[in-house]
Design a protein. Structure first.
Lengths: 549, 228
């Protein structure tokens, strides 16, 4: 077992990884398995699951109703993440759609897999060829077939349940089956699918990183209906599972360690990364290979902040694309009361999704969509609505039961195109507690999204008629979905992209930037599985290079 | 399963109260037994989905575990205290008022105490209105009738604040806000046979595959409007 060497607080390892989320932890696991010494730094603290569950239960109703999935997580005072109840304004959002980019993410060991919903979607093969197929966006320098084996491995690493039935897979091009069959549907999913499927909406099970039987030391999902903001029993995949595994095998994991400076040397290779510990003392990590996997915002943020003499516009930024092409699935919600009880809210929070408009020739003109049947209990909104009706006693209880049983909430995701104008930059005026520049993000969604929104609204109104909906409503403000993509975009040309098909920086032979930032197209599906697949592909690249040297 | 909370005992001792001591029913536990005994078909449905006998045992024990969340141990120093002198309402009076306003008999005295103290700290207007409000309830009056009489007396907002606190578990708003209950919040009760308060469970793995309970209420009125 090869372990990092620590001298006076400085670290030397074969591989230095910044960010202990799903991407960093999975790479660490692969490289520890290769016999490499691995040091992993995370800017945030270690999380105590039980304490966070208690924090959630102690949050006021307004925060819980508003889905405050940030406020319950402890933060390193030196590594802020966005807060909204009340806002901490860590990120300044501007542009016509700035408020649609108000993201949730966690800076902590385990990263944002603490409060994800564990949806593990693959991109479609055509999602890798948006420019050639539809004349919009960009092509990836790698194909679906290149990434497919890594999708399989990522699903196996995370313990994904997905449909064995080919007809229910999206996409169905697979070389290996899911590690476990789909999380079984309850009445709500089955009934909803039966009503909408004859009309082409194609309701399928969401592939998800949880199982209904114990798996690899993980308990079975018991449907606590609390995936976001915290699975109380650890049945949902969390990057801490990989973190614990690598620590047991000799990896060094340092929490509350904020990377801020990157040294480069001969041939512009990275020689060291510097960080501040929780006492604000600076240390450095040296190694042979470096990985920055902080997430789609903090990775470009760090690269820009770490500009040095040799890389005056930022690390890995000779293309000027670091921090550009920021993407996230633009979201909105459709709610209504059906004319029959459907009983959403039983089981895990997301179990099925309509993918009938995930792809089609229309994508040359406007955005595809996916429509998730939200399975979060409607008790809170039902109660708020029922109280507004002025009811009390049995009438109030009946109204709550009616609104929960008959209520539907559909969460729609649209696909933004990469646009260099949607850009993260360093604030010239705002600094964090360490004196480091805070991120600013400009965001503007063009007609591709707005036309896609209109098309989706037509589909939703039709779905509403299928259920004789009342109180039918569609939100008009697009919300963020916390799927951070594009900021360190992948491409074959170093002039207009930051990383290659292995997520290796064009500018630095020994620096990898895997994760959502590398993704040149967002599809309409949650990005985590693609990020994990890219992580494993990077890990293979790193391993082969370290073996050679 | 009836849980008795014995004032003065160091721990919650189900069924072991000393003679002469008051026994109080902890609300969520009090509803657990009827649901399990009155709805045996639901458990049989679990069996129909090819669950093993062992898993049924797990379902039952976890269901009991869920419905036991409100069993709050009352140690000697934690008994519902009467309000200190100078405050407008005692805990007992506030509990009686809460029962009348919500129509729920099975509210927990300790939660009532916490809620009253939270109103005192967070909402002076509601707190000041409580004595007048507490003089309104009449024998045999429904919660709806009491609500109307509160509105007629200009106390509608205070009445709604108390009802809202019991349903949401939250008292006050903005910077002056306190959480006094989570799973015990009444908003989860009307559907407690169908789904747990989030983070709790209603059964073992894949419990949600069993059919949902009969809805027992009418559908949304068609006249409500807002059609697609």
């Amino acid at each position: 077992m090869k372990v990092p060497v620590v001298t006076d607080g400085d670290v030397t390892a074969d591989v230095v990884i910044i960010g202990a989320g799903v991407v960093g932890a999975m790479i660490a696991d692969q490289l520890v398995g290769e016999g490499q010494s691995v040091a992993m730094l995370d800017s945030g603290p270690r999380i105590d699951r039980g304490q966070v569950v208690e924090n959630w239960r102690d949050m006021p109703i307004k925060s819980r109703a508003g889905s405050d999935y940030q406020g319950l997580y402890p933060q390193n005072p030196y590594a802020p993440a966005p807060l909204y109840f009340p806002p901490n304004d860590y990120i300044d959002l501007s542009g016509p759609d700035g408020q649609s980019y108000a993201q949730d993410y966690i800076r902590a060991v385990g990263g944002t897999t603490w409060h994800w919903a564990a949806s593990c979607w693959r991109h479609l093969p055509v999602d890798f060829r948006m420019k050639s197929a539809y004349g919009v966006g960009r092509d990836w320098p790698i194909s679906y077939d290149d990434l497919e084996p890594y999708y399989c491995r990522a699903e196996e690493e995370m313990g994904v349940s997905g449909p064995h039935d080919l007809a229910l897979q999206s996409p169905s091009q697979r070389s290996r089956p899911y590690p476990s069959d789909m999380v079984p549907w309850g009445y709500s999913d089955t009934r909803f699918a039966r009503v909408v499927d004859p009309h082409g909406y194609n309701c399928v099970p969401i592939p998800q990183a949880r199982m209904v039987q114990p798996w690899n030391g993980r308990p079975a999902c018991c449907g606590n209906n609390n995936c976001m903001p915290i699975c109380p029993i650890g049945a949902m995949y969390n990057a801490v599972h990989h973190v614990q595994r690598v620590e047991a095998r000799g990896a060094l994991v340092l929490a509350d360690s904020v990377a801020y400076r990157i040294d480069t040397g001969a041939n512009n290779r990275v020689t060291a990364i510097h960080w501040y510990d929780s006492d604000r003392r600076s240390h450095k990590a040296t190694g042979r290979a470096f990985v920055v996997a902080c997430n789609g915002i903090e990775t470009p943020h760090l690269l820009l902040m770490a500009a040095n003499k040799m890389n005056p516009e930022g690390i890995a930024n000779s293309s000027d694309q670091v921090g550009r092409n920021m993407m996230d699935h633009s979201g909105f919600h459709c709610t209504f009361l059906a004319d029959e009880p459907l009983w959403f809210g039983r089981g895990p929070e997301q179990t099925s999704c309509m993918v009938g408009f995930r792809d089609g020739a229309f994508r040359s003109e406007y955005s595809a969509n996916k429509m998730i049947l939200y399975n979060i209990t409607r008790a809170i909104p039902a109660t708020e609505q029922a109280l507004k009706l002025g009811l009390v006693g049995q009438a109030l209880d009946d109204e709550i039961r009616r609104r929960v049983a008959f209520g539907v909430d559909i969460s729609i995701s649209l696909e933004p195109l990469p646009d260099p104008n949607n850009r993260l930059t360093l604030s010239k005026t705002r600094r964090d507690t360490l004196g480091l520049a805070c991120p600013d993000i400009y965001y503007e969604l063009g007609p591709y999204i707005h036309k896609g929104y209109d098309a989706a609204c037509d589909q939703l109104r039709h779905i509403g008629t299928l259920f004789n909906a009342t109180e039918f409503a569609i939100t008009t403000k697009l919300n963020a979905n916390n799927h951070l993509m594009g900021g360190t975009i992948m491409g074959s040309d170093p002039k207009d992209s930051v990383v290659d098909g292995n997520c290796r920086a064009h500018d630095h032979d020994n620096l990898w930037l895997p994760g959502g930032g590398a993704m040149p197209s967002s599809s309409v599906v949650n990005s985590t599985l693609s990020m994990a697949a890219l992580a494993l592909k990077s890990a293979d690249d790193i391993a082969s290079i370290l073996r050679k040297s | 399963m009836v849980t008795r909370i014995c004032p003065g005992s160091a721990n919650e001792l189900p069924g072991e109260c000393q003679p002469g001591e008051t026994t109080l029913l902890a609300p969520p536990t009090a509803v657990a037994a009827p649901i399990l005994t009155e709805r045996p078909a639901e458990l049989l449905n679990f069996a129909d989905t090819a669950m093993t006998r062992r898993r049924i045992a797990v379902v039952i024990s976890m269901t009991l575990g869920f419905f036991s969340f409100g069993r709050i141990p009352l140690a000697a120093g934690q008994l519902p205290a009467e309000a200190p002198r100078g405050t407008p309402l005692t805990d007992t009076e506030f509990l009686a008022l809460s029962r009348a306003l919500t129509g729920h008999r099975d509210l927990h005295p300790r939660t009532a105490g916490r809620m009253l103290a939270a109103f005192q700290r967070t909402d002076a207007a509601v707190y000041a209105a409580l004595p007048a409000l507490s003089r309104l309830p009449r024998d045999g009056q429904s919660a709806t009738e009491l609500s109307r009489s509160a509105q007629a007396a200009g106390l509608g907002d205070a009445a709604l604040a108390v009802v809202t606190a019991w349903y949401t578990g939250t008292v006050g708003s903005g910077a002056k806000v306190e959480v006094v209950a989570y799973a015990e919040a009444l908003m989860y009760w009307p559907v407690r046979d169908a789904m747990p308060p989030p983070s709790y469970v209603l059964g073992g793995p894949a419990w949600w595959v069993a059919p949902p309970p009969p809805v027992g209420v009418s559908g949304p009125p068609r006249a409500a409007g807002g059609t697609p």
